[in-house]
Ligand binder design. Structure first.
Ligand code: FES
Ligand code: FES
Length: 158
């Protein structure tokens, strides 16, 4: 059995210290150790984007990141993203556009969309959105309403 390793980081602005097994993913740490279950486990292989979080402002598949590599980093999950202006606009736009069906993919899309808006601002156009969400899969919606929702949220950034 492996020995747990102590790591320190911030998540959604709060400092945390936890002890984790060296093989644990950041996704499992967030869900099982920290109790932030908004970030979803879809494929566990970097294919679906349901586990998307921000690490030092970069969009990352948390299933592919070791928890121990979060040491000293700044993590933001969907719970933190929706407390920021872009994330709140994206959340509301998803509801208004009907871009949520089963909802399993939604947290990953909200994190990625808010990241795109923070990166591109009101210049974010539908083609850039489509490229930007290529790593996020949705089985239900067909993507059209998701792109519409992100476009609307970006336009509100004007
Ligand atoms: S669960 Fe991480 S990409 Fe699918
Ligand atoms: S709403 Fe069901 S997977 Fe996207």
């Amino acid at each position: 059995m492996s020995t747990n390793i102590e790591i320190r980081f911030t998540v959604n602005g709060s400092p945390r210290t936890v002890a984790v097994p060296p093989e644990m993913s950041a996704l499992n740490m967030l869900r099982e150790v920290i109790g932030l279950t908004g970030t979803k486990y879809g494929c566990g292989e970097g294919e679906c984007g349901a586990c998307t979080i921000l690490v030092d402002g970069m969009s990352v598949n948390s299933c592919l990141l070791f928890a121990v590599d979060c040491d000293g980093r700044k993590l933001t999950t969907v719970e933190g993203v929706v407390n920021e202006p872009a994330g709140a606009r994206v959340r509301d736009a998803f509801v208004q556009a009907g871009a949520v069906q089963c909802g399993f993919c939604t947290p990953g899309f909200v994190v990625q969309a808010a990241h795109l808006i923070d990166t591109h601002g009101s210049k974010l156009d539908p083609e850039t959105i489509k490229r930007g969400i290529e790593g996020n899969l949705c089985r239900c919606t067909g993507y059209k309403k998701i792109v519409e929702a992100i476009t609307a949220a970006a336009q509100e950034a004007r």
